[in-house]
Design a protein around this ligand. Sequence first.
Ligand SMILES: Nc1ncnc2c1ncn2[C@@H]1O[C@H](COP(=O)(O)OP(=O)(O)O)[C@@H](O)[C@H]1O
Ligand SMILES: [Mg+2]
Length: 335
Amino acid sequence: MTGYIASEKPALTVNNLSTWFYTENGTVRAANSVNFTINRGETLGLVGESGCGKSVTARSILGLIEPPGEIVRGEIRLGSTNLLHLEASKLEKLRGRDIAMVFQDPLSSLNPVLNIGLQMVETIQAHRKTNRKEAKRQALLQLDRIGLPDPERIMRSYSFELSGGMCQRVMLAMALLLEPEVLIVDEPTTALDTTVQTQILAELKRLQRKMNMSLLLITHDMGVVAQMADKVAVMYAGSIIETAPVRKLFDHPAHPYTRALLRSIPRLGQNDLTPIEGQPPSLFNLPAGCPFLKRCPETLSSCYDYMPSLEEVSPGHFSACLTAHKVELPGVSSQ
Ligand SMILES: Nc1ncnc2c1ncn2[C@@H]1O[C@H](COP(=O)(O)OP(=O)(O)O)[C@@H](O)[C@H]1O
Ligand SMILES: [Mg+2]
């Protein structure tokens, strides 16, 4: 837990963010009225099934949505700076130095015709006054710290010579070298063995403590969330449907989707896994009511009428479910 370091000072605030893609086949409502705040030194775990809008949310924060995508409304604040109103050149300056992202698809972020070492050295030198030798030393050290074997060889390699997981770790090393205030990491440990995973998470945590860095950790691994996050936001069909401090979410999940999600993934001491039946709705045609309606075992008739908003069910714990609102009394937990 990093809770004792985290302050109440917001580092990143996302207010009412909606990002849609106007495709030939219709409008994909990838993110809908997304809200969250990450304080200094804090980690927010963003979880949800594939295609629910996690990466689109992250790319929106960095101003990296391209046509036919568009941020249709919302506010994104880095400290007190509203990123959506920033000139492109100013945003470019902030990226990397103040807010950085390690993408889920790392190959697209590396230059295929420059070796890794050159890219790392240039990245460091673009943001800091450092000579080449010192930049190279820092790069080697950081590669080693995130557990990449033989950093010298990695530095001489080109991206196509490395695996996807290795490229992502190179990107992580680059991002960490710039010591950003806010770091977004998209699925950092997917397809990595547990030893490497543990090493990466430990290094992330070490640097987070050292720099009081805020972390938006996108993952579908609840074990990673339990280990790293202070609070969690659960996303479903483009909306955050529950958010809570991490222990509350695991111990008293308030939304039926969160309960189903927790039952569907392996956790320590839990062997009876139940997959979630059915599919999430298409983001082209979101139903008028709750998007979880078709898969939910606990529906009320009003669930068909409108998408419930997030309501506080206990201090700091919000759920967008009419049943949770109904049964929940102040101070009474949801299970
Ligand atoms: N460039 C794009 N054009 C059209 N639809 C897109 C584009 N990028 C993402 N989407 C759609 O937005 C939705 C959310 O995607 P994404 O954020 O990548 O999901 P996640 O990261 O949660 O797996 C998906 O339905 C995806 O198909
Ligand atoms: Mg994604």
